[in-house]
Each structure stands twice: as C-alpha cells, then as structure tokens.
Design a protein around this ligand. Structure first.
Ligand code: ADP
Ligand code: ZN
Length: 716
C-alpha cells in the first residue's frame, strides 16, 4: 500500500514539476503525511520544503490548506503551482469579497487542491464552515517559526493555531521552517499541539553557494569587478545604512549597471515597485537593507554581496540563502573590515538591552568566520551544530588555501610599535607607523621618532591589515573596544616580543598567486562553456518575453537551473526536452515547442552547434580557405568568388571561429591581434563590434576586428 502511494508521489513529481527524484528527506516526510502523522520539517531556504506538502496535496483526495504569513509569498506559490497545471488558490485580505466568493465556490465543488490562507483568515469565524465542507486532507503551517516569541518574526495569530488539532484531530499537520534552533522547535510542537510529531531536520548545507570573504578596502571597485562578470544576472547587495544603499545604487547606475535600492525609509509603494521589478528581471541589482528578500520566493537570485558585516551568522546565512534557491551555482561575497566590527559593537552597546552580551558574542562568531583560515563552510555549519566532514571546495579558503610562514619578525615589528606607542594607537595608525607614513597625526604625536617607524614599509597596507588581523586572532593583540579601539598587548605578546615564542602567519602574496592560476583555469572553463552560455542568454531572454506576456515572474516559466540544463543538453525533440529537470506536462505543452525552436535555431546559426569540430563546408568556403592558403590577398579571392572583400573576410572570420582550418596568420598579424585584444580588455562588457571599431579610431580596418573576435570565440 505504502509503496503504491509513493509511486503515485513520484509520478506526480515528474508529471507536474518535471523532477526525476525526490531530494533527501522529501520522500520520508511525504510518506509520514500519507500515514497521517504530524510532522515538523526543518530545512534551509531553497531546500524544497513546499514539495513536502504539495505532493501529498496533489495525490490525496480532498484539499490541503496552507497557512502562510506573507501575502506576496502566497501569490508567488499559487502562480507557480498554476503554471504547472495544479489547481491552487489563496484567500487573504488583499482580495475583494467577490474574488473570495468565487474561490469559496470552487472549494465547495472540490476544485481546489491547494488553498493558501493568511493566519487571520484561518482564524476568522466564517472560515470554519468552509474548512468543514472542503474535505481538508492536510494542514501545512509554513514559516512555522513565526509561532515562537523567540523567533525574529513572531506573529501572535500563529499562537492560536492550536485550534486546528483540537477541531480536526484526525487531519495531519505539517509545520515547516528554516529556523533551526531548539527553543523554536519546542515552541512549534507545543503551540500547535502536535502529537508525537515526526521531526525531520535536513542538512543546512547549501553546497551550490560559493562563499568568499574579501578585505573591505576598495569595496566599490571590487563590486564593479564582481558585477561586470555577472551582467544581467539578479543579485542583492546588503548595506548597513539607508544612505549607503542609495548612494551605492546611484554609483552603480552611473557606471552603467542597472541598480536600484530598497529600504524601510521608502513608501510601501516605492518598495513594492522595486521588488516587483526585481522579481521580473527588470532590475537586476538591488542595494538593500536587511528587510529585502524576506517576502520573495525568487529562485534565480544568482549572487548576494554583503557590503557590511552582518550582526550574526544567523542573519548572514539567511541573507546569502536568498541566492541560488533553484540549486544552480550562486556566489556570495562578504566584505570585512575592523571598522565594521567596531560600528556594530557601538550599535549593540548603545542599545542597552539584556541581550547585549549574547549579541556581542554572536558578533564575535561572525568576526571569526570572516577572519577564518580554514574552510568557511565548516565554521558555518558548525555554528548550526552540523559537522561537515570534508572541506567544502567551494569557499575562498578551500580554493586558495593560505600557506603559512614564520611570521615572528613581522609580529615583533607590529607588537613593538604598539608597545612604543604606549598602547594608544588603533590598527590604522599602527599601519601608518609601520609603513613610515608622513600623515599629520603620525608626526604630531611624534610617532616618527619611535624605533619601528617605517620598519614595515616593504609590506603594503592592505597586506598589513591582513597580517594584523591574524596577529589579533592569535591572541597577541587585543582591541580595547571601550577605549577608542586602541590595541593592547597580551601576555602572549610579551613572549613573542622577547623571542620566547615563534608564530606562523598566512601569506597574502601566496593567495594572489593562486588566484591567478585559478583565473587561468577559469579561462579554459570559459572557453568550454561559451556556446552553452550564449544559448543560455538567448533562452533567458525568451523566458523574459514569455513571462511579460503572461504577467508572471520569469522564474515561474522555468528556473535558471532548468534553462542551464537546456543550454547544456540542447534538447530539440519532445522526448529529450521532457528529460530536462523542471519540465512537467503543462510546461512541456505550453513552452516546449517555443524553446525547442529557439535551441534548434541557435544550433543552426552555430553551424551544427558543436564547438571546435570543423564544420562540413560548402564548396565555396573550401575554395576560399584553399586560396587563402596559397597566399592570395582578400581582394583577389573576392574577385574569383564574385563576392565583395567584406563578404570574404567576414565569411573567413566566421569559418575560423567555428573551427575550420583557416590560416589566421594570413589575415591578421600577431601584433595587430595583440593590439586589438588589449583594446578590448579595456572596454566594458559586453564587447560589441562597433565599439571596438570606434575605439580603433581608423588605425585598422573593421575586418581586423572580425578576425580578433573570431580568435576570441575560438580560443577564449
Ligand atoms: P523552500 O520552501 O524550502 O525554500 P522550495 O520548496 O521553494 O524551497 O524549493 C526550492 C526549489 O527547489 C524550487 O525551485 C523547487 O521547485 C525545487 N525542488 C524542490 N524539490 C525538488 C526535487 N525533488 N528535485 C528538484 N528540484 C526540487
Ligand atoms: Zn570550504
């Protein structure tokens, strides 16, 4: 019996959602629901919680009622379900009475499989009769942590949900949340009156998110570099202040990146408009305070940047968790500097509260994470009481493991400077002294007279930041937060100063070197992926157009992960297309032919589609290649072939790009090629032919640009 039910579940997963397999845990949870067990599900954002009640709802008789606290989320989920051919609806205060009546009628007629309601609606007296007649088979309480006053999103109405188990003791309740701590967990079970619930806690690991921490110097420049490589992909930049959001968005817009901002100081209309444009891929970049992202389900957020250090790891993890919900690779970047820690400490200390010491301790954990020299994901998961056996391979430390060297002398220089400045200087002033700065403050305070003045001039100030950070982490220096953040020597420092102890530091230069190597690797990878990516762009545009026509967010049409798979697999038959993860029956019918046509067109334009495989050539092309080999100039080839010279050169460039045996050296000299490539490097992405021609300013003909572009296309 049970297995037959699970078979049904698996069939529904493929038919409606286009997925072949359940994720870990989903099957077990669904089986529990079939067995009418109350269930508590803890899964990270993007883990696939919804499926745990959607599949039972679809496969069982009757209707599932889902309580969800955020109206925008509700709408999103219902749209997503409908796009997959599942009859779903929502009831909340945003609707007119007429709209509500229509839906109530559908419920009476058993036409709804999934009904989303707000907690208020659930508790309203006129809703109870609907529940009684609607043949409810399951109650799902989404964002169940809202029930706990410990949680950050406490919702008083949630605490009254206990009436569900009292009124409908035989209907299973499934509570779902991404907040994992024990108190919240206990609260949920108690408040809902769950009976001996099946508790499922999934791993909080999100392996598709890359983790990078970067020193907080030149943040803006780093951001521009970062977004330049990710043109037209959606991302969020979290900033501490409203003003910071606004000015960053303006600067990025000024530099040609379409960015907007979002914070609590705006009217709700302004905020909604930004959010909607973000969801619909109309604004790719949003600079926001932490409030942004809470009520949206957008699965194709490809990156998250933290302009400032978050207050704690919970907040940080929740915020980066908004990237890559579709499971496709997504990148996160955190900027870290001491001054951020200091600002946050000041904020915490100013808001006198009983929790001050807890908050400071949490901030310290955040700081440790940012300063880590071991796999960051290990630290992160450790914090959530999870043990990652191996290094993750997808964080900056794993990708560029720092190498250690004897740092005793370097540390002695820094410690001695601190001692000679009588422990009255902070990190920045210390660096100034070590580097022999002529800054006024240094001279006025007479620090140019102390023995270690200029003793570290050979190390850049950025590297010093990095080194001093480590010296502090090693417990040799302490920051006196209560005394203008000056540095103090610890007992351990004395031992190092007097040569009784040696210490190891991680080298900055090593990291840079390795980065370059990995850049090369990236280049190779890029070449391999070029075709794939170009097609992905085409498919993304197609998705956007379709979504606009239908008035739904693009990721509801297909997720990024699904489009990426299409771009890699190139399905042009119905059987192949149906194999793509995320293509269910309805989407096959509605969008399949359109996307298959686009893929086929793209392949045709690529001359067969395969990279670096010589295309089968027509007679004329073969002749042109031979004539070129014999050393004929373009004009003569053109005459022989009855073509214009422009046509010949553009054709040869195209042939070369697609892998044909065209001797490029006869078309463009090495120096010319080098000049154009250098020029292109300095142009903003995406590089367009006409921009290169303009930049050349007549120094070479446009055909040379075609050859250079063909060179890049073929060789990366
Ligand atoms: P959560 O509610 O836990 O944040 P969702 O239910 O929104 O996560 O799921 C996140 C993404 O994962 C969605 O795009 C969803 O379609 C996808 N997903 C869920 N289950 C599976 C599965 N078994 N196979 C592939 N993708 C899945
Ligand atoms: Zn790692």
């Amino acid at each position: 019996m049970a297995t037959a039910q699970l078979d049904q579940a698996r069939i529904a997963l493929k038919k409606y959602f286009g997925y072949d397999n359940f994720r870990p845990g989903q099957e077990e949870i669904i089986q529990g629901v079939y067995d009418k067990r109350d269930t508590l599900v803890l899964m990270p954002t993007g883990g696939g919680k919804s499926m745990c009640f959607q599949i039972p709802a679809i496969t069982m008789e009757g209707m599932a009622v889902v309580v969800s606290p955020l109206i925008s989320l509700m709408k999103d989920q219902v749209e997503g379900l409908k796009a997959n051919g599942i009859s779903a609806a929502f009831l909340n205060s945003s609707q007119t009475l007429d709209e509500q009546t229509t839906i109530e009628n559908e419920i009476y007629h058993g036409e709804i499989k999934l009904l989303y309601v707000s907690p208020e609606k659930m508790l309203s007296p006129n809703f109870l009769p609907i529940l009684r007649q609607g043949a409810v088979n399951l109650f799902a309480i989404d964002e169940a942590h809202c029930i706990s006053s410990w949680g950050h999103d406490f919702r008083p109405e949630y605490t009254q949900m206990k009436f569900l188990k009292k009124t409908f003791p035989d209907i299973p309740v499934i509570a779902l949340t991404a907040t994992a701590d024990k108190i919240t967990r206990r609260d949920i079970t108690a408040q809902l009156g769950l009976e001996n619930p099946h508790v499922f806690i999934s791993s909080f690991d999100r392996p598709n998110l890359s983790l990078t921490v970067s020193p907080g110097q030149k943040r803006y420049e780093q951001i521009v570099q970062f977004v330049r490589k990710r043109r037209n992909t959606s991302g969020i930049i979290y900033c501490l202040s409203r003003k910071g959001c606004e000015s960053l968005a303006r600067k990025l817009s000024g530099a040609g990146y379409h960015a907007d901002y979002y914070h609590a100081g705006m009217t709700s209309r302004e905020r909604n408009s930004v959010q909607t444009d973000f969801i619909n891929d109309k604004i790719p970049i949003v600079c926001a305070t932490i409030a942004f992202g809470m009520g949206i389900d957008k699965s194709n957020v490809r990156w998250v940047i933290h302009y400032n250090l978050p207050k704690n790891l919970e907040g940080y993890y929740q915020e980066i968790g908004r990237a890559g919900r579709d499971g496709a690779p997504a990148d996160t970047l955190l900027f870290y500097s001491y001054s951020d820690v200091m600002t946050l400490r000041d904020i915490i200390e100013k808001n006198v509260s009983e929790q001050e010491s807890i908050q400071l301790a949490k901030l310290e954990r955040m700081q440790q994470y940012a300063e880590a020299l071991i796999c960051r994901r290990k630290i992160l998961l450790n914090y959530f009481s999870e043990n990652l056996g191996e290094n993750c391979g997808n964080c900056d430390i794993c990708k560029n493991p720092p190498s250690l060297f004897d740092g005793t002398i370097i540390a002695q220089k820094a410690l001695s400077a601190v001692a000679r400045a009588k422990e009255r200087i902070g990190v920045n002033l210390l660096i100034d002294i070590l580097r022999g700065s002529r800054r006024r403050e240094v001279l006025e305070r007479g620090y140019d007279k102390i023995k270690t003045y200029g003793a570290g001039a050979d190390i850049s100030s950025r590297d010093w930041q990095y080194l001093i950070q480590q010296i502090i982490n090693l417990g040799l220096l302490e920051i006196a937060y209560d005394h203008h953040h000056v540095l103090r020597l610890t007992e351990e420092a004395q031992r190092v100063l007097f040569g009784k102890k040696k210490i190891q530091l991680a080298r900055m230069a090593e990291v840079k070197e390795r980065r370059e190597k990995s850049k090369r690797e990236v280049k190779v990878e890029k070449k391999r992926n070029r075709v794939k990516n170009d097609l992905f762009k085409v498919l993304r545009q197609l998705r956007k157009d379709l979504a606009r026509k239908k008035g739904i967010p693009p990721y509801i049409v297909f997720s990024d992960a699904t489009l990426q798979e299409m771009a890699a697999e190139l399905p042009v038959t119905e059987v192949d297309f149906r194999e793509i993860s995320g293509v269910g029956d309805v989407k096959m019918e509605q969008y399949g032919p359109i996307f298959m046509r686009a893929i086929a067109r793209y392949q045709a334009a690529q001359g067969g589609g395969k990279l670096n495989v010589a295309p089968s050539l027509d007679e004329q092309s073969t002749a042109m290649i031979q004539l070129l080999k014999r050393g004929l100039p373009i004009v003569e080839i053109a005459m022989l072939q009855k073509l214009t010279p422009e046509e010949v050169s553009s054709r040869l460039a195209h042939l070369y790009a697609s892998g044909a045996d065209v001797e490029l050296k006869r078309l463009i000299s090495k120096t010319e090629l080098k000049q154009i490539l250098e020029l292109m490097e300095n142009l903003p992405d995406p590089i367009r032919r006409k921009d290169v021609i303009a930049a050349l300013d007549g120094r070479m003909g446009p055909e040379k640009v075609d050859y250079a572009m063909a060179y890049i296309e073929r060789n990366g």
